[in-house]
Design a binder for this molecule. Structure first.
Ligand code: CMC
Length: 430
């Protein structure tokens, strides 16, 4: 029998249907709440609000579990690649060999930007933030229709749009870095796989091709794969909200990039590095940083710590912590910031403030140290997060678009402003 929960308000009451997910998660369907009781729900930051049902990613924040399409993140981290995971997230199952080859082929075909993009890049100042460039350029992609796009079936159009976004976001990212350094753009090499091609576009010189080592390629694959989706976070919710107005997939993903930019979301990976550097240079000690975070001095928080959903170790942070040790060892890099990070983590995990609030390291705490070791400049960290998250945004956009129950996102509010009052002509105002 279908379960319900009874809600009574004054003389009105309503039986609210209880929706159960495949992992036993329960939610109240409040669709009829307002028409039956006159009430709406109030939940700033949506901490207790399910905005959709989804088949893409499962998180159990209490147990520290993360699965893409049911597959534990630890298994994917060990056995898979970013491109395979992208397919898994978007199409709901692991690809067979033909599907994966076809998708890789599409990524190669879609890697280049229209030459007119050069002028767009030139329009930015060299020190423009790469996330601003990325968001603008991802939106711009849709202004350059593919040859024959109008004849594509909806299925073909979607897969080409997806391949185009995943492939071009990497080219745009590399070009934005080259622009910031005043270096010539390096075009994608069709012979190179996804991650190696990115590193080639970032670091090759016209007469000196950059050859990334397998260790570096593996480390970057891991970082991208671990960032590929994370259910209804700020940027995924943005993709769904923008997409719900029937905006195109590029506009929706461009908006998600803007959402990711903030330091409480993807921008935290840069902020972590800056914090670790400040501690290392002696500006503040680790103990000072912990104290400032506890006291909230000038809004200071321990960056890379805490999560809305995880009240346990973020499983991605666990994987990255081990990977940081491995990658730095393989590359022979000695980074004092890794020691600072370890020290900070140890102190926080023993401090009652962090223990009581269940604040653990999140994905951003160790990812920056690995990116730094493989030569990614700090101002590109959040851009790397965006490249990794693109398949997740695409999957979320598609799921929302295909859901027959989806409606335009349009929350309500409780108005707390002035009551009705009259317009006062300017010369009669105090
Ligand atoms: N340092 C110090 N105190 C913290 C921190 C932190 N990093 N995070 C949370 N708190 C405290 C917060 O002050 C509050 O304390 P109290 O109950 O005394 O008011 C309590 O813990 C609960 O915090 P909240 O702000 O209500 O939690 P939230 O779910 O709204 O915020 C968060 C989650 C990730 C924005 C927050 O933990 C934070 O700002 N962390 C630092 C930024 C960061 O690392 N962001 C990356 C998140 S993971 C990557 C991603 O998905 O984007």
């Amino acid at each position: 029998m279908a379960r319900t929960a009874k809600l009574t308000f004054e003389d009105r009451s309503i039986d609210l249907p209880v929706v159960e997910g495949t992992e036993g998660e329960l939610g109240l369907d409040i669709g009829k709440l307002r028409s039956s009781t006159g009430l709406i729900t109030l939940d700033p930051g949506y901490g207790n609000t399910g905005s959709c049902t989804s088949e893409i990613t499962f998180i159990d924040g209490e147990k520290g579990i993360l699965r893409y399409r049911g597959i534990p993140i630890e298994q994917l981290a060990k056995h898979s690649t970013f491109v395979e995971v992208a397919w898994l997230l978007i199409f709901g199952k692991l690809p067979n060999r033909a599907e994966l080859d076809d998708f890789r082929e599409r990524l190669v075909r879609n890697a280049s930007l229209h030459e007119a993009f050069k002028h767009h890049f030139e329009g930015f100042l060299v020190d423009a933030p790469p996330m601003a460039i990325l968001s603008a350029m991802v939106n711009t992609i849709a202004c350059f229709p593919r040859h024959g796009e109008q004849d594509e079936s909806p299925e073909e159009r979607f897969i080409e749009d997806a391949a185009q976004l995943i492939s071009k976001v990497r080219t745009i990212a590399a070009h934005s870095y080259r622009r910031s350094m005043g270096l010539p753009f390096i075009y994608p090499d069709p012979k190179l796989p996804y991650v190696a091609n990115f590193l080639h576009m970032m670091f090759s010189m016209p007469y000196d091709t950059h050859h990334a080592s397998p260790e570096v390629v593996d480390a970057l694959n891991l970082i991208l794969l671990l960032h590929a989706d994370h259910e209804q976070n700020c940027s995924a919710s943005t993709v769904r909200t923008v997409g719900s107005s029937l905006a195109n997939i590029n506009a929706s993903c461009a908006a998600a990039i803007a959402a990711l930019w903030g330091p409480l979301h993807g921008g935290a990976n840069m902020a972590v590095l800056e914090m670790l550097e400040a501690i290392h240079k002696g500006g503040v000690s680790a103990a000072d940083a912990i104290k400032m975070a506890k006291e909230g001095t000038d809004g200071f928080r321990l960056m890379g710590f805490g999560h809305r959903v995880y009240k346990n170790f973020d499983p991605r942070a666990r994987i990255l912590k081990a990977a940081a040790d491995k990658v730095l060892g393989q590359l022979g890099v000695k980074d004092p910031l890794l020691d600072v990070a370890r020290q900070l983590e140890e102190m926080a995990l023993e401090d009652p403030y962090f223990v009581e609030r269940k604040l653990y390291p999140n994905v951003d705490f160790y990812s920056g140290i690995i990116m730094r070791a493989i030569g990614i400049p700090t101002n590109m960290f959040t851009v790397l997060f965006a490249i990794g998250r693109m398949p997740g945004w695409i999957a979320q956009w598609k799921e929302q678009r295909d859901d027959p129950k989806s409606r335009i996102a349009r929350p309500r509010q409780i108005y707390i402003g002035a009551n009705e009052n009259d317009y006062v002509p300017i010369d009669q105002r105090p």
